[in-house]
Design a protein around this ligand. Structure first.
Ligand code: ZN
Length: 131
């Protein structure tokens, strides 16, 4: 997201958000929207079936390098989201961004500054970032 899109989005959220201005509402909506992201991903597995989750404990060699780990560790997702599930998931991600942005608005936090700081952190840590 470039700087203009970030501030446009943040302003649009601010203008739109009349009903849920209370921090209590925003906090609970943030949590609910995260749950809905999880639900959309789960439904792609259990209702649609376009993806499967093959979860297991990865076997990590003791002398594995960070580059080895990148190869060994996986998302444990098999297949690809169909268009319907991808749209549903993207919609929930959008809803979650909306409420996170509303949270930023309450506390006068610039979404652009948050993204810039996180990008700078990631670029500084490079491949050693294991978060
Ligand atoms: Zn699907």
């Amino acid at each position: 997201m470039n700087e203009m899109q970030c501030s446009d989005f943040q302003s649009a959220v601010s203008r739109f958000l009349l009903r849920h201005q209370s921090i209590i509402d925003i906090l609970s909506k943030c949590q609910e929207s995260t749950s809905r992201i999880n639900r959309a991903a789960v439904k792609a597995v259990t209702s649609c079936g376009c993806i499967e989750i093959n979860a297991f404990k990865p076997k990590l060699p003791k002398d594995a390098s960070l580059d080895d780990l990148r190869e060994i560790l996986s998302s444990q997702v098999e297949g690809q989201l169909c268009e319907t599930c991808k749209e549903a998931l993207a919609e929930e991600v959008g809803r979650s961004l909306f409420y996170l942005t509303a949270l930023c608005n309450v506390f006068d936090i610039s979404l652009q500054e948050v993204l810039s700081m996180e990008t700078a952190k990631l670029e500084t840590l490079g491949k050693y970032n294991l978060v």
